[in-house]
Design a protein around this ligand. Structure first.
Ligand code: THU
Length: 160
């Protein structure tokens, strides 16, 4: 028996102003689309902005449903839109922000497990890492240089 350890490292930015200009712009777009979320059940609004290698920015916000599981997270709304409209483009950068209507989120909000699995599919397909930035409504911003940091031991097509 032996122990193995897996580590992930992240960059932490204290303020939006500390981010590179293109990421500030991307995060501002994520904040704007977050406000358009359809979240009548959770009052938890999530916005995602993607920068593609063709220069396009693709946005998504969470879309809920009275039959709860039929709704979709902001991250998957955005990546599935990018995958359908620009199937040849690579997703280079992803900005995520979440805010509750009932309390102020200060902690960086990472993508949920299902979204991580979906993002992984695109990162593997394009063979290029996706830089992921995530934040709450206020507070620090985390950067993951690749989805892999967020999903060690990911399931992918090589196991099929
Ligand atoms: N949500 C997202 O949009 N992204 C995540 O990664 C986590 C959760 C949404 C789903 C639901 O509409 C609301 O946030 C509360 O879970």
């Amino acid at each position: 028996m032996k122990e193995i350890s897996v580590t992930s490292s992240f960059l932490v930015f204290d303020t939006l102003e500390e981010l590179p200009n293109d990421i500030q712009h991307l995060m501002n777009q994520a904040v704007a689309i977050r406000k358009k979320a359809y979240a009548p059940y959770s009052q938890f609004r999530v916005g995602t902005a993607l920068l593609l290698d063709n220069g396009e920015i693709v946005l998504g916000s969470n879309q809920e449903n009275a039959a709860y599981p039929s709704g979709l997270c902001a991250e998957r709304v955005a990546i599935f839109h990018a995958g359908s409209v620009y199937p040849e483009a690579k997703i280079l950068k992803m900005a995520i922000t979440a805010a509750s209507d009932t309390n102020q989120t200060q902690a960086p909000i990472p993508p949920c497990g299902s979204c991580r699995q979906s993002i992984a599919e695109y990162e593997i397909k394009q063979d290029t890492p996706i830089e992921i930035y995530f934040m709450g409504e206020i507070g620090v911003i985390y950067q993951s240089a690749s989805l892999k940091n967020l999903l060690p031991f990911m399931f992918d097509k090589k196991f099929l």
